[in-house]
Write a protein that binds this ligand. Structure first.
Ligand SMILES: Cc1cc2nc3c(=O)[nH]c(=O)nc-3n(C[C@H](O)[C@H](O)[C@H](O)COP(=O)(O)OP(=O)(O)OC[C@H]3O[C@@H](n4cnc5c(N)ncnc54)[C@H](O)[C@@H]3O)c2cc1C
Length: 471
């Protein structure tokens, strides 16, 4: 699979978008860009970006106030970004830990945030069902394997933190090796954590279905319409200006390409592979019955799911960060990272040694300087935003969309009091320090993981990196 789509060129054809991920390759319906902005328009709310963030915001606004005029401008097609390429974990994970949120905003606020995330998983499933979006939803939870003594320590610490904040066995459980292997028959398993708060989904079916759902509710989704400037009261595009009382930025990893926002988040690439559909006898030696999503407790995140059509979709971080927060189509594919993913997957499940990898792809996600996602609205200017989800945006975007709708409509809901609302992360360092820091961290984390079976403690370099990354 090769595919090259730039944000600058004329919109490419359906099959080029299909090459962006296994999910977009297997989504029903045409991917040809539709309804580019024909000229200047006046609306109530204008949104830049038709990923999950932009579309969930439009969805809840249109549901609460059918009379509201809402327009979404998308540079490519709905689901072009991370929303159409991710691992399909619709989880209650939030990029900032309970301890960190507690330091930021207090214990009760941290707990409220995590409870809101748990409810959000079910809200995504509810809307998908209500709107007839077949996103191949399977709420089988997540098993995070521990495959070394160090990983087991980390698993125990995670459970201990959950307990400190009042989350019990029903939220996060430590599993014995035998219990873990009942879920995932991976090698070297010494234990695991398990949470029920996650569904495996087909993300492109969800994001494309959501675009259809908002169109049915009267929202204008203008594809092939790149926003060149976001300002109070307007979104500028090459074919016209959208004037609006409220203007929402929902551009996540692509945000640094917008004027004045070069240091708001860093785009970090996550890459994935998918195998061919596997026969039942192979699945009998892997498990994942009920489709729990899976990963392990290493530092450099890996994540996988058993897809509805019997493949393994498997991803990880570790691809380079590019100077100046550059985003280019060729950065989606890094052969060395695909090899590493293939190797790691076979290491986990040797039965996959002969399985054919049919798809490989990647995409940028957004990381704020303090690694805390945020959502907010400035009532004076009408400018709003949501993002910085790191790798946890599939469900968090739904919470963001509901929160932005409440902020815009002035609904005094509990959501607008959550600690991430109107949280401002400081800007990233100027280059080349940003490049040095992010890439040094990538190397250090990878090396620490490779040494892990022998090392009981974090190296000094790993400790430095965790501080640099705001942990
Ligand atoms: C490989 C990978 C795996 C991941 N796995 C998971 C996972 O399993 N679970 C999870 O929770 N999260 C995961 N994530 C993160 C998750 O996918 C994102 O957090 C989420 O999709 C963000 O949604 P979004 O709408 O904010 O951003 P995006 O989906 O990136 O959407 C932004 C949109 O804005 C458009 N845009 C950008 N600039 C402009 C402009 N100037 N004008 C108009 N439009 C513009 C883009 O084309 C894009 O469509 C993963 C991410 C990646 C890349």
């Amino acid at each position: 699979m090769t595919g090259h789509v730039t944000m600058d060129r004329m919109p490419p054809r359906d099959e080029t978008y299909r090459s962006l991920s296994y999910w977009l390759d297997s989504v029903p319906g045409s991917l040809a860009p539709a309804d580019p902005l024909p000229g200047d328009v006046d609306v109530d709310v204008a949104i830049a970006g038709a990923g999950f963030t932009g579309l969930w915001t439009a969805y809840y606004l249109a549901g609460a106030r059918p009379d509201l005029r809402v327009a979404v401008c998308e540079a490519q097609i709905a689901g072009f970004g991370a929303s159409g390429r991710n691992g399909g974990w619709c989880s209650a994970l939030f990029p900032a830990s309970l301890a960190k949120l507690s330091r930021m905003a207090g214990r009760d606020a941290a707990i409220a945030m995590y409870l809101a995330m748990q409810r959000t998983v079910d809200e995504v499933g509810r809307v998908a069902a209500a709107e007839g979006i077949d996103c191949q939803w399977a709420k089988g939870g997540t098993v995070h394997l521990a495959r070394s003594a160090t990983q087991l320590e980390r698993a125990r610490a995670e459970v201990a933190e959950a307990r400190e904040f009042g989350f019990g066995e029903d939220d996060l459980r430590l599993l014995t090796a035998a219990e873990a292997r009942e879920l995932a028959m991976a090698t070297d398993v010494v234990g695991a954590t398990y949470t029920p708060h996650c569904a495996a989904i087909h993300p492109a079916r969800l994001v494309r279905g959501l675009a259809e759902a908002v169109r049915r509710r009267g929202v204008a989704v203008h594809e092939a319409t790149p926003v060149t400037e976001i300002a109070p009261g307007s979104l500028r595009t090459p074919t016209g200006t959208v004037r609006a009382r409220y203007v929402i930025r929902a551009t996540e990893g692509y945000t640094p390409q917008l004027p004045g926002l070069a240091r708001a988040v860093v785009p970090v690439y996550s890459l994935m592979i998918a195998t061919e559909p596997l026969p039942e006898e192979v699945w009998a030696r892997i498990g994942l019955v009920g489709r729990p999503t899976f990963g392990d407790h290493r530092r450099m995140v890996i994540y996988g799911q058993r897809t509805a059509d019997g493949r393994v979709a498997f991803g990880g971080r570790g691809a380079p960060y590019h100077l100046g927060s550059a985003i280019r189509p060729e950065f989606d594919r890094v052969p060395a990272v695909f090899d590493m993913l293939r190797h790691t997957l076979t290491d986990l499940f040797p039965v996959l040694a002969d399985a054919k990898v049919t798809h490989n792809w990647g995409g940028p996600l957004g990381i704020a300087r303090d690694w805390c996602a945020s959502v907010g609205l400035d009532p004076a200017t009408g400018l709003g935003w949501a993002g910085g989800y790191v790798g946890d945006g599939v469900s968090t975007t739904n919470l963001a969309g509901r929160t932005l709708a409440d902020l815009i409509l002035g609904t005094g809901s509990d959501l607008i009091r959550l600690p991430w609302v109107n949280h401002h992360s400081r800007r990233w360092e100027a280059e080349p320090l940003r490049w040095l820091g992010v890439n040094a961290g990538r190397h250090i984390m990878g090396r620490a993981d490779r040494r892990e079976p022998r090392a009981g403690r974090q190296s000094r370099a790993a400790q430095f990196f965790r501080r640099f990354m705001g942990d």
